[in-house]
Ligand binder design. Structure first.
Ligand SMILES: [Mn+2]
Length: 318
């Protein structure tokens, strides 16, 4: 069904995206709102994410509105009911439309019209496609859609021909330079996070294991951000501990190319659950754990042993 047929005049329309709405969710929402000539309400469950605040500025995003006030719900960038909580979508009596690019979740089963396309890289590009050629995006809509596409393609690193084409079409409508649009996307890093990253770097203990650079460090908080920053600094594997009073959290990251040699979650983190006295695991390039043992030296030793086995070499201190 063509999307414009869904938007009959006189309906009370709510555009809703997921909890802690990100830039793609907010961008797609704004574009729809502009398309509907502001004849709709914008809403999020609880909050807009920190990163999307700039883009959302100037629009009123309702928090947890009463759904009974609407006839049509347009849900964007959200595959599951859980991500709409505390809003209870099941109690809503009107029509529901879903526009999303994630793998279909439980929302796809309960909406009246489903525009889910898991091959799309952003919901913003889907909105642009659905609204079609008969629509002249406003400056705001064009800007919002560009932001959504750029954000969900990791600043175009994951973009294909289609995304570049859409951006080149939208840029003239946006009345902005690309650099101005990018400035909306940059999130200032909290001072406390920057201090944690610097401390993590200054406390590095580094090893060479069969030509892979493995570093450990510890911080009071922001262990995941710190591990990421150590990868950018040059490590192949970075593991950062955050010991607290009665528990310890640990976060690890590894360079993409490293995943051919090592699955961080399975080969390293899940192997230290016993010594960590808790749970640990994760993906090939990102893993985390937490447990009662706050002695990170013990956990580190166990991790080094498993990495020596998997990488096939003894550790040498850098
Ligand atoms: Mn998205």
């Amino acid at each position: 069904m063509e999307i414009e047929k869904l938007f009959d005049k006189g309906q009370r329309i709510l555009i809703l995206s997921h909890h802690n709405a990100d830039i793609d969710a907010v961008g797609a929402s704004i574009a729809l709102y502009e398309y509907l000539d502001s004849e709709a309400d914008l809403a999020v469950p609880d909050s807009v994410s920190k990163g999307a605040k700039d883009l959302a500025g100037g629009y009123e995003f309702l928090k947890n509105p009463g759904l009974e006030n609407y006839d049509l719900l347009v849900i964007v960038d959200c595959p599951s009911k859980e991500q709409l909580k505390p809003l209870d979508i099941e109690t809503f009596k009107g029509k529901k439309v879903l526009i999303d690019h994630h793998s279909p979740g439980n929302l796809a089963d309960i909406v009246d019209t489903d525009y889910t396309d898991p091959h799309a890289r952003s919901t913003s590009e889907l909105v642009y496609e659905l609204l079609g050629d008969n629509w002249e995006p406003t400056k705001e809509a064009a800007r919002a859609l560009i932001c959504g596409i750029v954000a969900d393609t990791s600043h175009l690193k994951l973009a294909g021909k289609k995304q570049f084409k859409y951006i080149s079409e939208l840029l003239p409508d946006s009345g902005s330079e690309y650099s101005e649009i990018l400035s909306v996307l940059s999130t200032p890093i909290d001072r406390s996070e920057r201090i944690a990253r610097i401390k993590a770097a200054s406390r590095i203990e580094g090893y060479n294991i069969n030509d892979s650079i493995v570093v450990f460090s510890y911080v009071g908080s922001f262990e995941a951000a710190s591990a990421r920053s150590l990868i950018r600094l040059g490590a192949d594997v970075a593991i950062v501990f955050s010991p607290r009073d009665n528990e310890m959290r640990v976060s690890g990251r590894c360079r993409r190319e490293m995943t051919e040699k090592l699955h961080l979650g399975e080969d390293v983190f899940s192997k230290v659950e016993d010594v960590l006295e808790g749970s640990a695991g994760g993906h090939d390039a990102a893993a985390s754990g937490n447990g009662k043992n706050t002695d990170f030296g013990e956990v580190k030793e166990e991790m080094l042993k498993t990495m020596e086995e998997v990488l096939g070499g003894d550790r040498e201190k850098l």
